[in-house]
Design a protein around this ligand. Sequence first.
Ligand code: XIL
Length: 378
Amino acid sequence: MRFLALRTATIAVAVVATGMAAVPAAVASTQPDGSPALARTHDGERSLRDLARGRLAIGTAVGMDALDKDPAYRRLVGGQFSAVTPENVMKWEVVEPTRDTYDWSQGDQLVDFARANHQQVRGHTLVWHSQLPEWLTEGTFTNDELRTILKKHVTDQATHFRGRIWQWDVVNEAFNEDGTMRDTLWLRQLGPGYVADAFRWAHRADPKATLFYNDYTIEGLNPKSDAAYAMVRQLRSEGVPIGGIGLQAHLGTQYEFPTGYVQNLQRFADLGVKISVTEADVRMPLPVDATKLQVQSDAFTDLLRGCLAVRACTDFTMWGFTDKYSWIPGVFPGQGSAHPLDELYQPKPAWDALKIVLADDHQDRPGLVWADSRGGVS
Ligand code: XIL
């Protein structure tokens, strides 16, 4: 692995330079609420959000069950991050399980939590082919009916959360790896114009939110990111209100880091759109070992550094931060350990690396429209 030796040296130097203590073993004690002690990373050190303040938002996807039941998780979400994304509760199957009956309760709960903790919210997601309610996937609709259904969904959801969402993932995962459009019910029945329509409907309902196209494997230069780039350029030239590109960044230690990542960010920036890393994680084939953890740490480092290097990249969101609650083992059997904290909330090299990158990067980035005004360490 190309960057392994180099990076280890860099981190060692940076640890000294930033005055961070070496990593002690976990402290065996409990918090007043009975949850395990969070060890040295989380108490008495600057949080990720504090280190990133004024330069970019640091976000995480949030699972509502964990937020509800696990005080340690709750404390970390509120204390370490300046942006949150609902992992599932703004998806269509959750918000409209029965036709015309909305349930916004869990989405509202997250928005309230975010407000209480001075966090931005990324809305995820309005138009996708996955996690749709059965009444929709099993139903038979004419093309006109389906268009009306999609328009109502986008409009009602964006209206419900109007003014409370920083960035909306309006359309999610519309491309195949070869750059052709994914065969979904939307493409089949509505044609490719559904993308522009969705952005226009969302903008009408919530003019202040920045509207994103979001996808995976579009981090580097490849046929899929070329297609996303061409689409964003085309939509912008037609005056469609797309304001951002979301790079999911689901990486793996067994794959090369995406080729041309920074050039890719830059070409999107040159189109005048914001960039967000929206779902960063770096999975690995199990079992875990020190080499894989270092490769993971390097990948997180490169992802964050690239974002910091391009001014238009104003958000770095991870798809969860602890292996305790991870979507990876269920979707990629035999893989896991994808997040910077382990199941016991103990830091892996990646957690320290993220902090080092943030502490290292003194580049002033004035003029960002959002502000993380919260002070102190949590
Ligand atoms: C995943 C969630 O993490 C899981 O809990 C759920 O079962 C499936 O979806 N790309 C996306 C996210 O845009 O919405 C997906 O989230 C992960 C891949």
